[in-house]
Design a binder for this molecule. Structure first.
Ligand code: CA
Ligand code: CA
Length: 246
């Protein structure tokens, strides 16, 4: 835990010192975090994760890039002290985060139809959750990326709800609700191994997809497949994951 906190503080110092030109467009009150909470509702057997912002939560979504390479992704992200195995991954190094994202250029929830129109591959812009494993990554200004693996790596375990992509990312399909200054996600207890005593933080950030020219991306390429390019706000101010489930 101490090592994780140190890593996060180092990363925080790193990414505040770097800039990203196009992410400036989204740096508004909708990503200015005022508070974050995770509440356990024992009667319903769920945790309710919430971020409150100064503006309208979820009202700002990315402008289409028109292609997958360079596609923008906006996120309200909860880094946690949960273990990768608590959310259905194999044991691996990194920070388990629940990321609420919007990205109009692509759909990565093939088994969910979040806008309920009968079409399963057109929901990318609708705010939806992902479990991700974040690792330090100096190739991007935000200093973090979603952990990738080689397609042939047989030791990798992904949840059954994960899209078919070579990175530690799941599309768990939890309900996301935006209302005024609040964005919430509802997580059934059994989907987090009944853990209700973890710590967390909240981050608003800009991410970007990199598939390389002609989809030549490799996990050790010039840029990560999904990297953090700009952090707009951190609830704790220093990414120390100080908050407890209430
Ligand atoms: Ca979908
Ligand atoms: Ca749909």
């Amino acid at each position: 835990m101490k090592n994780l906190a140190l890593l996060l503080i180092t990363l925080f110092s790193y990414y505040t010192a770097n800039a990203c030109d196009k992410c400036v467009n989204y740096n508004n009150e909708d990503f200015k975090i005022k508070s974050a909470s995770v509440k356990h509702d024992k009667k319903l057997g769920v945790t309710i994760w919430e971020i409150k912002v100064a503006g309208q939560a979820g009202a700002t979504t990315p402008k289409k890039a028109g292609q997958l390479n360079g596609a923008p992704v906006l996120g309200y992200v909860f880094p946690t002290t949960l273990k990768p195995t608590d959310v259905g991954f194999n044991k691996t190094e990194g920070i388990v985060a629940l990321a609420l994202t919007s990205h109009p250029d692509f759909d990565d929830t093939p088994i969910w139809d979040e806008n309920a129109d009968g079409i399963f591959d057109n929901d990318g812009i609708i705010w939806h959750p992902h479990w991700v494993i974040l690792t330090e990554d100096k190739r991007v200004p935000g200093g973090l990326s979603v952990k990738e693996f080689k397609k042939e790596d047989k030791s990798v375990i992904l949840p059954k709800t994960a899209p078919n992509m070579p990175m530690y990312m799941d599309s768990p399909g939890f309900n996301v609700v935006t209302e005024g200054n609040s964005i919430k996600v509802i997580v059934p207890d059994y989907r987090i191994n009944n853990q209700t005593n973890f710590k967390f933080d909240a981050v608003a950030c800009f991410m970007e997809v990199n598939t390389g020219g002609n989809s030549t991306h490799t996990e050790t390429g010039e840029k990560p497949m999904l990297g953090v390019y700009k952090v707009y706000a951190v609830a704790s101010g220093n990414l120390s994951l100080p908050y407890n489930v209430k």
